[in-house]
Design a protein around this ligand. Structure first.
Ligand code: GDP
Length: 445
């Protein structure tokens, strides 16, 4: 079940921790779980597939350069990619309502929550933004709908255009415009008629209204629980009418929010608000972060990320300490040390942190002993075979040439690296020797 995504991912990470580093297969395994979760969250198949592919490329690329915390990388990449996909341009919830009276056209299918959302939004604009708002219902086929808006208006203290029997939607829209101008309103909202499904008559009617009102915003209101249907509806409305944003309603329900991702990916339109209940203040600006957490089923993604990171680092450090205490310090250990140094900002950064070393750190940088060298050293170790990394003493001339070529370096550079490894290895042995050895003491602590 969906609820278990974080458990499932933790399981994957447990396996990763034991292996130490993240391979392409590991990324694939983790992303398979994410894909299932996306589908269960109602994200459409092509969107999920696309998304996973993008993340896969990104994750695998990153794993090569910094394999220090693989679990963290996958979750974070997935989370960040979700947020990036969900995010629209500009401030969340921003509406173009300068130049009064600014018309806002509300469109959508019947039952999606259009009338409720019109009133919620009017309340928000009035109370939060201090705007004077006029609402008008254009649903001439359903007198009850017009009544509903009038009732909501009086509840929230927002004016509604008086109902005049026998007018068509275009006439009502014109009257709303006139009244809004004369009455000094900042915004007027047109609540168009909804149908149970999209039909030609509805679209023509909305088009005519759009043409007389020239709305600053055309907001589509859709039921977030209807998943793929919501996306199709949005696509249809956008093709015919042109929408500027979406409000997803019923996000208080147990839907997984996957519609939001598909909506963004398919229509490219920003989700401006989400409806979180029937009450008039149950409308919030759309927060990509929150929805991303919801889609992943991990409200607590950050702590999971941190936990994964800590476990991996602690285990790696412990393994290395144990080996060093035994006087074993191979090229893999050296590589880990070099990567750690890179992570801490290279030699320059590390020395800069030590008191009295600030000046020296600049000299180190000037001498070219910096990130670049660390990266070159890591590249040389990467060009070694597994056997060579475990036992660098087997490196003879031909092997050295191959490694140098493979990493784009000179044999002399490789010799320097090997010398450094020997020196460090000797030092480790000394430290680890005897009962009072520093390493053993450190491990007891
Ligand atoms: P319209 O036909 O599109 O105008 O839909 P309505 O505004 O009349 O809403 C239909 C029903 O959905 C009403 O009972 C609303 O109270 C309810 N509704 C609207 N938005 C939300 C929401 O965000 N959450 C919940 N739980 N109910 C909502």
């Amino acid at each position: 079940m969906f609820e278990n995504l974080s458990e499932r991912l933790s399981g994957v990470f447990d396996r990763l921790t034991k292996q130490g580093a993240l391979s392409e297969d590991d990324v694939k395994t983790a992303l398979r779980e994410v894909r299932v979760a996306l589908l269960e969250a109602d994200v459409s198949l092509p969107v999920a597939r696309d998304f996973i592919k993008r993340v896969q490329d990104e994750a695998t690329g990153q794993a090569v350069t910094k394999s220090i915390t693989p679990g963290q990388q996958v979750v974070k990449i997935v989370h960040d990619a979700l947020v990036a996909t969900l995010k629209g341009e500009g401030e969340p919830g921003a509406l173009k309502i300068d130049s009064p009276p600014a018309p806002i056209l509300m469109v959508g299918l019947q039952g999606g929550g259009k009338t409720t959302t019109t009133a919620k939004l009017a309340k928000r604009l009035t109370e939060r933004d201090g705007k004077r708002v006029l609402m008008a219902s254009l649903d001439v086929n359903r007198p009850a709908a017009m009544e509903q808006l009038a009732i909501l208006g009086s509840q929230i203290g927002v004016d509604t255009l008086p109902i005049v029997k026998g007018e068509n939607p275009v006439q009502i829209a014109k009257r709303a415009k006139t009244q809004a101008s004369m009455g000094g309103y900042d915004v007027y909202m047109l609540d168009t008629a909804g149908r149970l499904s999209i039909d030609e008559e509805l679209m023509t009617q909305v088009e005519q209204v759009r043409d007389v009102a020239t709305p600053r915003e055309t907001i589509l209101v859709v039921d977030g629980l209807t998943g793929q249907d919501a996306v199709n509806t949005a696509q249809n409305f956008d093709d015919r009418i042109g929408i500027s944003g979406v409000v997803l309603t019923r996000m208080d329900g147990d839907g997984r929010g996957g519609a939001a991702l598909s909506m963004r990916a398919v229509t490219g339109k920003p989700i401006k608000f989400v409806g979180l209940g029937e009450k008039m203040d149950a409308l919030e600006t759309f927060e990509p972060d929150r929805i991303a957490g919801r889609i992943l089923g991990m409200g607590d993604i950050v702590s999971l990320v941190e936990k994964a990171q800590e476990t991996i680092e602690a285990e790696q450090a412990e393994r290395m300490m144990k080996r060093m205490a035994k006087g074993q310090f191979n090229m893999n250990d050296l590589r880990m040390q070099l990567e750690q140094m890179l992570k801490m900002g290279g030699m320059e950064g590390m020395m800069g942190m030590m008191p009295g070393m600030g000046k020296l750190s600049k000299q180190v940088a000037d001498a070219g002993f910096d990130d670049k060298i660390l990266k070159q050293q890591i590249a040389m170790i990467q060009s070694m075979t597994k056997k060579e990394r475990a036992a660098p003493q087997i490196l003879q001339a031909s092997r050295k040439k191959r490694i140098a070529r493979g990493s784009g370096m000179e044999v002399s550079d490789l010799n320097k690296l090997l010398k450094m490894h020997r020196q460090m290895s000797d030092m480790m042995k000394k430290l680890g020797k005897g009962k009072g050895g520093m390493m053993k003491q450190a491990m007891k602590a």
